[in-house]
Design a protein around this ligand. Sequence first.
Ligand SMILES: Cc1cc2nc3c(=O)[nH]c(=O)nc-3n(C[C@H](O)[C@H](O)[C@H](O)COP(=O)(O)O)c2cc1C
Length: 237
Amino acid sequence: MIKFKKAILLIGSPKGKDSFSASLGSYLLSKVEEYDVSIEKVYLHSEINTEAKRIQFLDKIEETDIIILAAPLYVDTLPAKVIRTLSLIAENRKNINSDHSDLETDKSFAVIVNCGFPEAEQNKTAFKVYEQFAKEAGFKYLGGISIGMGGVVSGRSLLEMGGMSSDLIKGLERAADDIVRSHRFSDSVIEKTSKPMISPKWIYTLVGNFSWRYQAFQNRVYRKMNDKPYRREKFND
Ligand SMILES: Cc1cc2nc3c(=O)[nH]c(=O)nc-3n(C[C@H](O)[C@H](O)[C@H](O)COP(=O)(O)O)c2cc1C
């Protein structure tokens, strides 16, 4: 039986609407909505800037049954704003339930992480952090969807990506079903969403390298690409 009423999508990328996190999360949220769940989307980078906004945001979380977070991988872990948000949520929930053992687990938490490297396994450390957060905040952890090759998307919606995103789309549709039933993500969700969007992998790396060089050229720093301005000089005295 589907008992949930409200789902919130937290987008943890500073790129906001133009991020891959927004494309992934928005698609998943639209599928969750098809189960008559009311939905809301929040961009974390503007949501917790002031004390008033933070209070409003934390109230929103308390009124929500399903929390979905979509964020990029930054330096093998979470972006700073996401860490800050999760700390605020966990702290607030501990304050509401001063005895931590009483924290209700009627709220579910699911996460989508995408990274720039080709391999989805790069995200595994971040998932450990997210699972620990769910435990500390008293949320039921439904699991993490792990996606590599984030560089191919740049703000496009998943439906605009053609065949490249077809497995991902199928996986997210199944994930919506698991989420509304409060089930841990099934093996088929993990299997479909972690498939590389481009195969073989070296094509992604080749295009990625070309794109970095082109951007450096456009920004007139092509010849500076190997500079190491923070390298410590060796002094022979
Ligand atoms: C500061 C910073 C750190 C990053 N660190 C990693 C990393 O450790 N591993 C990785 O695979 N990609 C890393 N990336 C690449 C992003 O995860 C990747 O571009 C992702 O697709 C961005 O998603 P978004 O569009 O949702 O922001 C990093 C990007 C930035 C800006």
